[in-house]
Design a protein around this ligand. Structure first.
Ligand code: 13P
Length: 266
């Protein structure tokens, strides 16, 4: 029996917040975090890049990490409007979300590009939060496992290990819709992701955190966070209010409530 990884609750603020409300939100969560007595949990917020630098400085004395929502795969040069992983690391960020379905959809990001972005994040010693997930159409066609397997195989670079990588399973149809898969449906996909990580990274694959994302809120977090191989949540809308984000953090299970069975490699 191995220890399950410490859960990670990460807030993806997307294209929301300005300087003042973003700092207020971060301050509210940080104050509660500093006085918290609950089971171990890691907390990160991923604000827009416009305030990531000032939030890094503001949150530096707290346990809350700051992440970015995307980065270029390139290190520097004539690429107007792009921001490199090196520049993000220089702000003091600890992690970067790559391959979010909104970027795959709005900017036609492919698995290959997502992998290159994850490599860029690793180059700077930050953590890549690599997102995968099926569309409604793909789920209806019974292709969820096939799609997620292909995305994982193609988006996850060889440079991954449990210290620099988090996988986020976010079914596209559950994002911002208030609809979530059942616990059994989440368990099926997370088990598949775990098996693939184990095949590829051996026992370290058990320590790579797999987050669930898509309409996580204060009502469903308790159950979702207890599904086998769910090691935390990537939270969108509910991370924009400190009360709801805090309720999700408080729903994290005690280590004794989580089993992480290790199987012997065939
Ligand atoms: P919601 O929690 O708003 O559904 O968003 C999930 C998400 O996309 C997090 O990255």
């Amino acid at each position: 029996m191995a220890n399950a990884p410490i859960p990670l609750i990460a807030g993806n603020w997307k294209m929301n917040t300005f300087h003042n409300d973003g700092h207020q939100l971060a301050n509210d969560v940080a104050e509660r975090m500093m006085n918290r007595m609950g089971p171990p949990v890691d907390v990160a917020v991923c604000p827009p890049i416009t305030i990531a630098g000032s939030l890094c400085a503001f949150l530096a004395p707290t346990p809350i990490k700051v992440g970015a929502q995307d980065c270029s795969q390139l290190a520097n040069g004539a690429h107007t409007g792009d921001v490199s992983a090196e520049q993000i690391a220089n702000l003091g960020c600890a992690c970067v979300i790559v391959g979010h379905s909104e970027r795959r959809r709005d900017h036609h990001e492919t698995n290959e590009l997502v992998r290159a972005k994850a490599e860029a994040v690793h180059r700077t010693r930050m953590t890549a939060i690599i997102c995968i997930g099926e569309t409604q159409e793909e789920r209806d066609a019974g292709k969820t496992i096939e799609v997620v397997t292909k995305q994982l195989e193609e988006s996850v670079p060889e440079s991954c290990h449990s210290g620099n990588t988090v996988i986020a399973y976010e079914p596209v149809w559950a994002i911002g819709t208030g609809r979530t898969p059942t616990s059994a449906e989440i368990a099926e996909v997370h088990q598949q992701i775990r098996d693939l990580l184990f095949e590829r990274f051996d026992y370290d694959g058990f320590a790579i955190r797999i987050l669930y994302g898509g309409s996580v809120n204060e009502k469903n977090a308790h159950d979702i966070l207890r599904v086998p191989h769910v090691n935390g949540a990537l939270v969108g809308g509910a991370s924009l209010k400190s009360d709801t984000f805090w309720s999700i953090i408080e729903a994290v299970p005690k280590p004794s409530e989580v089993s992480a069975p290790v199987r012997v490699k065939a």
